[in-house]
Each structure stands twice: as structure tokens, then as C-alpha cells.
Design a protein around this ligand. Sequence first.
Ligand code: HPA
Length: 265
Amino acid sequence: MIISKLPQELTDFRPEIGLILGSGLGFFADDRIDVVGRLPYGDIDGFPVSTVEGHVGQFVYGTIEGKRVICMQGRFHFYEGYTMAQITLPIHTMHQMGVHTLIVTNAAGGINLDYVPGNFMLLSDHINALGTNPLIAWQGSEGDQFPDMSEVYDGELRAKIRDWAKANSVGLKEGIYLATTGPSYETPAEVQAFGILGADAVGMSTVPEAIVARKFGMRVIGISCITNAAAGISKTKLTHEEVTDTADRVRPQFADLLAAGVQLA
Ligand code: HPA
């Protein structure tokens, strides 16, 4: 797939690490990066524009303690009606720029009974329950046609992040993320079923981007912010407000964890 011409300034910059900032994490780009430039998605041919409230749609690039990073401030979700190709186009773009490590963040509901809102979870693996795959009808000859998915989330880098979290008393869990399409939250029966399947947390993103990044041979790390107990585990009804309130509350810790991930990458 040929992606439209990127600004010379950005291709010259050659970012090494890509970050996808999930709900409530957009501020990271402004707070933690020495910003070199911004590129609104609308300025890139073929790019969709994010519609969810609180999601700004742009790339922000710059350095974090000398590491060259590019952040997606705002991402595309399947529930917004985007195609898998549109959702994962930014991963193509990052690959084209030379990004070799992708750190994907998200908000997720906790299924594992040990998880409490405000915990973070390093993805050890995922379950794709989206009912589709971003590599279907793939255009382009790069990478394997049937990419191996036996270690989507890099074990070595995960171990470093785990050690950092322990040393810094950050409540970091490690578990399996299951992706559903949303946008309705799950029923209690679905949450129970997902738990039996092995999922520790459930969310509506991340898996398409991680699959495409692996196809390109990138190193991938996934980090969830557990914003709520999944339906039926919590006695109360789920609201988007609860999700954003928790994400807001633990923002500084999430940002520290993410910055550490960048340094360790
Ligand atoms: N389910 C699905 N997606 C989510 C949840 C949830 O409970 N919380 C945050 N994103």
C-alpha cells in the first residue's frame, strides 16, 4: 500500500517508537514529549478522522529523554464504523517512517477478580473476538501471509517493564486482553464467558493495530488501564463517565509507566 507523501520534516526525523494513546491519555503527547511537530490526520491523504469525544486526531512527534517517538493522539475504533484497513493505516504509516517498536494503550474493563479500577495491565496476549482480522484482503507483499502470533507482545521488553513497575511500586498486572467490537458494553453473561475463555480484561481496541504491527515485524507492547470492573463483576451499571473518571485519576501514573516503557524500549 502506498501512503501519501509525508512531510519532509517528519521523514527526516525518523521516529523509532510509536505510541497509541487511548482514552484520557492524549495529554501525554503535550506533557511528556519535547514536541518537534504535529501532523493532523486530516492532512494525510486517505486518513480517516476520529469522531469520539476527547480524541484529538493527529500525530505528535518529538523526543522523550532522547528517544524519538511518534504518538497517535486519537485512534480509530471499529465501533465508529471504520474499516480494519482504516484503523490500521497509521501502523503502515509508522512502519514507513521507520518505527520498530509500538506501544499501544487502552482502557479496559477488569474481568480478573484481582483487578481493581486504577490498576494497569501489561498485555501478555490477546483474544481477537472482533469477528474479523485486519489482514483479510491485505494489499502488499511485505511480511508473511500467515504471520505467527505466538508472542505478539514482546516478552523481553515486558520483563523490563515489569521490573521497573516493581521497583517503582506501580500496581502493574499482566494478563490477557480480549477485544470486542463495542460500542455496547458486555452483558454479565458475556463477561463470564470471556473469563472462562481466559480473558483478564475486555476492551474495544488494540488488537487490530497489534496484529498489523506484528505483520511488519515490529516489537509490540500493550498496556491497559483497568478503568472499571467489567459488567456483572461490578454491582453498578457501566458508564463512559466511570471509564474516563478512572483514566483521569491515574493519568500521572499511567504517563510515568508509559515514559518508562519508552526508555526501556
Ligand atoms: N468493556 C469494554 N471496553 C471497555 C470497558 C469495558 O468494561 N471499560 C473500558 N473500555
